[in-house]
Design a protein around this ligand. Structure first.
Ligand SMILES: NC(=O)c1ccc[n+]([C@@H]2O[C@H](COP(=O)([O-])OP(=O)(O)OC[C@H]3O[C@@H](n4cnc5c(N)ncnc54)[C@H](OP(=O)(O)O)[C@@H]3O)[C@@H](O)[C@H]2O)c1
Length: 285
């Protein structure tokens, strides 16, 4: 894919390493065409030893003249990095940012550059099992769209969207998603303990039920509601339990939670993060 193109990673942390590893494993790029930058020489030596890529502590050297520039630093470091490399990105280069909450407008303005992809990976991306939602600017060419898809594909599945607002929606579903599922698991385990199971047994029963149900649903082409109907016998235990869940407003609470996460993601992207420090627990969901 990247026959002659060079790729620079500004920030050589966990996510950058996952991408470098994936790209090299799939032979999409050769190590001599990859450079990464960051403040710690020791980290550079580690990456160079593992992947034979080039390393520099100078972000400007990493960026200048490269065909693809990946910004893989933490969001709070981004203003400093943008100021440092502003105007240095090659005019025909593609820039990909994976920093949470840093908008396309902030990136294009901060870099004085048009061809930008903003991507939102999630945590399983660290082991190549993520799902990354990404949005390109109109300046990104068709070839660069393929390049972005290949690079982000190193982190797992990819979904491209045409409007940035979908990134905040994706954050509410798939970024925050593990928190919903874990809380649901915890509540079920507690319910098992309430009935009299030991915590260990309750946890084992719940974990395997979730694992099996997920595998079953993933293998089936049918909607979850159809699968659920099949396990709901008239007047049976599932029907009784589902009635109580609906009476308790499970769907509405979930929809409200996801909507709140979406709004919070959008607010954080607009610089609303400062509110976090002054918020009491009653203000949090
Ligand atoms: N990890 C995830 O699951 C995940 C999920 C979704 C999105 N993301 C996004 O991915 C980005 C990277 O996350 P990560 O988990 O890879 O973080 P990370 O492991 O902390 O990597 C960030 C790297 O940036 C380096 N760095 C710090 N200041 C720098 C500077 N001024 N110039 C260049 N490099 C600098 C850090 O070096 P030092 O260690 O030496 O400080 C570190 O190696 C974040 O913006 C995050 O929002 C991560």
């Amino acid at each position: 894919m990247f026959d002659s193109e060079t790729i620079a990673f500004v920030g050589g942390g966990i996510m950058a390493e996952a991408m470098i590893k994936g790209l090299l494993n799939e032979s999409l790029v050769v190590p001599e065409h990859v450079i990464a930058s960051g403040p710690r020489e020791a980290r550079g030596q580690q990456l160079a030893a593992r992947y034979a890529i080039e390393w520099t502590t100078d972000n400007t050297r990493a960026v200048a003249g490269r065909d693809v520039v990946i910004l893989s630093v933490k969001p709070q470091v981004m203003p400093q990095v943008l100021a440092e490399v502003n105007g240095l990105v090659k005019p025909d280069a593609l820039v990909i940012s994976i920093a949470a909450g840093v908008s396309v407008a902030r990136l294009t303005e901060g870099l004085s550059h048009g061809a930008v992809v903003r991507a939102m990976p999630n945590t399983p991306a660290q082991i190549g099992e993520g799902i990354t939602v990404w949005v390109p600017t109109p300046d990104v060419t068709d070839t660069q769209l393929d390049q972005a898809n290949a690079i982000l594909g190193a982190l797992g599945e990819t979904v491209s969207v045409t409007d940035e607002s979908y990134l905040d929606m994706a954050t509410a579903l798939r970024g925050t998603g593990p928190a919903y599922v874990l809380l649901f698991m915890e509540a079920l385990i507690d319910a098992g303990v309430h009935m009299g199971f030991s915590r260990r047994i309750a946890q084992k029963l719940v974990m395997q039920t979730m694992r099996g149900t997920l595998a079953y649903a993933a293998e089936s082409d049918r909607h979850p509601a159809t699968l659920r109907n099949e396990v709901t016998s008239p007047g049976g235990t599932s029907a009784e339990a589902l009635y109580q869940l609906e009476a308790g407003g499970l769907r509405t609470v979930l929809a409200r939670a996801v909507w709140a996460a979406y709004q919070r993601s959008a607010a954080l992207g607009q610089g609303g993060g400062e509110r976090l420090s002054g918020r009491g627990p009653e203000g949090r969901l």
